[in-house]
Design a protein around this ligand. Structure first.
Ligand SMILES: [Zn+2]
Ligand SMILES: [Zn+2]
Length: 245
């Protein structure tokens, strides 16, 4: 049976330097449940070490956690990579780390904590996660698809790090699966303002960097089950699946 799933596909954790330290895995899952979400995607900047712990915290709760990442391209465009199998994230993470220069300065950018399902700090990432990779947008989208994921242009209504703000347009033939707006714009306004992007699926997410923001922007998806294959069908409006607008 196809039913509505409440989804927030853009949630950071305390691994992102710009996210609050109280966004540790167990807290993220608790808030997602409190906000009656069915699916979240964990998308830290260029990193994914907290994803397995968020998944562990969600076991038995009814919440589905999609492994994800918010990758920064060399054009400084943010792209969400969404998966539903943890092992598929590995090849993308390897590629990103091979092309991500620099070391984090905690005092300038913030702390990057890997925290396990028992709220214990496993370590601190020393990479410059807030930085841009040397990877062109097109290469990132191809790598996401090669690993079986979906590629979503993040917060296209934001001037900074959104594809429209950075490039001014969406390159012809770039095979994005969907475009994301945040709650300040919303889906109805996005459709009104961007008739030229009518061919794309749109989602709304919270892009939460503080715990109480989780679920403040959501996508309502009509799916049979909480899988990436179903979400892909919804993006393509096929077989009765869709994103509610
Ligand atoms: Zn972003
Ligand atoms: Zn983000």
């Amino acid at each position: 049976m196809i039913r509505e799933f409440r989804c927030d596909f853009h949630v950071h954790t305390c691994l992102s330097p710009c996210a609050d330290l109280d966004m540790y895995p167990r807290a993220v899952v608790s808030m997602a449940l409190a906000r009656r979400l069915d699916i979240i995607a964990v998308c830290d900047h260029n990193a994914s070490e907290n994803v397995p712990y968020v998944i562990k915290c969600a076991v038995g709760t009814g919440l589905t956690v999609f492994p994800g990442m918010e990758v920064t391209s060399c054009e400084e465009v943010h792209v969400l990579a969404l998966f539903d199998k943890l092992e598929n994230l590995g090849p993308l993470q390897d590629l990103v780390y091979r092309h991500l220069p620099g070391t984090n300065d905690e005092n300038v950018f913030g702390c990057q904590a890997v925290v396990n399902e028992h709220d214990e700090v496993e370590g601190l990432s020393e990479r410059l996660l807030i930085g841009a990779t040397a990877l062109p947008l097109e290469r990132i989208v191809d790598a996401i698809h090669a690993a079986g994921g979906l590629a979503v242009a993040a917060h296209i209504n934001r001037e900074a790090f959104g594809i429209l703000g950075q490039l001014g347009f969406i390159p012809e033939g770039l095979p994005l699966d969907a475009l994301e707006v945040n709650r300040r714009m919303g889906l109805a306004e996005a459709r009104r303002r961007h008739p030229e992007l009518a061919r794309f699926a749109f989602i709304e997410s919270s892009d939460s960097h503080i715990i109480t923001d989780i679920g403040t922007g959501i996508t309502r998806a009509m799916l049979k089950e909480p899988t990436l294959a179903e979400l892909k069908l919804a993006f393509e409006k096929r077989d009765g699946r869709c994103i509610l607008e």
